[in-house]
Design a protein around this ligand. Sequence first.
Ligand SMILES: Cc1cc2nc3c(=O)[nH]c(=O)nc-3n(C[C@H](O)[C@H](O)[C@H](O)COP(=O)(O)OP(=O)(O)OC[C@H]3O[C@@H](n4cnc5c(N)ncnc54)[C@H](O)[C@@H]3O)c2cc1C
Length: 402
Amino acid sequence: MNREVIVIGGGASGMAAAISAAEQGAQVTLLEKKEQTGKKILVSGNGRCNFSSTALSARRYHCSDEAFLDRFLTRFPAERVLARFRDLGLYAAERNGGYYPSSFQASSVNTVLQRALKTLDVSVRSRVNVLSVEKEEDGFIVRSESEAFHAGKVILACGSPAGVSDPKPFTAYDILKRFGLTAAPCFPALARLIGNNGYESLWDGVRIPGIVSFYGRTYEGEIQLTKDGISGIPVFQLAHDVNQALLDGKRPCVMISFLKEPSREELAAYLKEAKAATLTNALSFRDYISALLPKKLAMALFSGSSYEQLPLSALDETHTEEILQRIYAFSYPVQKSAPMKEAQVSAGGLLLSAVNDDFEVRSVPGLFVTGELLDVDGETGGFNLHFAFASGFTAGEKAGRP
Ligand SMILES: Cc1cc2nc3c(=O)[nH]c(=O)nc-3n(C[C@H](O)[C@H](O)[C@H](O)COP(=O)(O)OP(=O)(O)OC[C@H]3O[C@@H](n4cnc5c(N)ncnc54)[C@H](O)[C@@H]3O)c2cc1C
């Protein structure tokens, strides 16, 4: 039996897979097309690497098979990823529900993974861009631009084109296709959203704690208003659904509430009070609103409105309703997503139905697919790295066994 395992891709998932396969006694080669492994780990979590979460649940992901993911997360919860890292000499610290290395430095995660690869004698080959994988009698032949490698088992852990500026094309989907495997379409899943609706040049630079929602999904947090659209963590969380709607030819609008506090009801009452109070009833609406919202946002939402110059006492019910609507239920039409190279994670990839619980491709025994190359993308907060590490450790353990 050929005990050689080739792991293609030296990211989170590939390094985890290589470590687990080598622990089982397999002879492991890790092929990475960049000059260095773990580049995305280094930039993750703003350089702090939020690698798992206290709130793991299949519902925090988009994927084609929620039952599969449920089963997998039960089998491989956060505690197990933390324990695997503890074995490597890395200890976790929890902050706001996310697990980070205790150093709060992403480089610590890379360091312990690379150290373990070395200790386990994994042959790490960088600058090897794999172009094809073919089945042969007792395993696989893996070809790069200039070399061929043979192995009994292959783990494809190539990630996705998200967050990568690479002149070389992303070949993993073609590799899957040549095995007759279907990948769901790839598009940005955690990314800012772009519009061109006339507000953008006015509100550029504003950051405000608010609420965004789209088709039943609602997220709170700091909304960043930019010169060409909307950004920030809560906006990222909607990107999968919004971009799917764009792909389906729809014209998606994100609903924005620019204020969490005061609530809509509270502000309606305050406005009524202000219309009657001696100190405020003669104020123009423009002056009143620019102390309630960031000035640039107030300009973007209300400049040119018919009531901008009116004194508060002259505002009628219709004006009040429109003002509340603009602040608490602002409908922002999205025209496109930020480009893939700016996204944190992509949607799409090999359908979960194509692999078994060890991430081995059902129709191609000996071939495993892990991490972001699968049709699984999570919210921000450690969900994506958790899945990348956990699927890598799982596939590696199975592939490395005799
Ligand atoms: C800016 C940013 C911040 C992020 N922050 C977080 C965070 O805090 N928490 C979180 O959970 N997730 C975060 N993510 C997402 C997370 O980093 C990814 O989901 C995760 O790294 C996916 O791991 P992976 O191993 O599947 O893929 P990757 O990490 O992308 O690794 C794939 C590797 O395969 C290599 N490769 C690709 N094709 C080939 C080929 N043909 N031949 C050889 N090698 C190949 C690539 O060069 C790459 O090194 C962030 C992503 C970005 C871009």
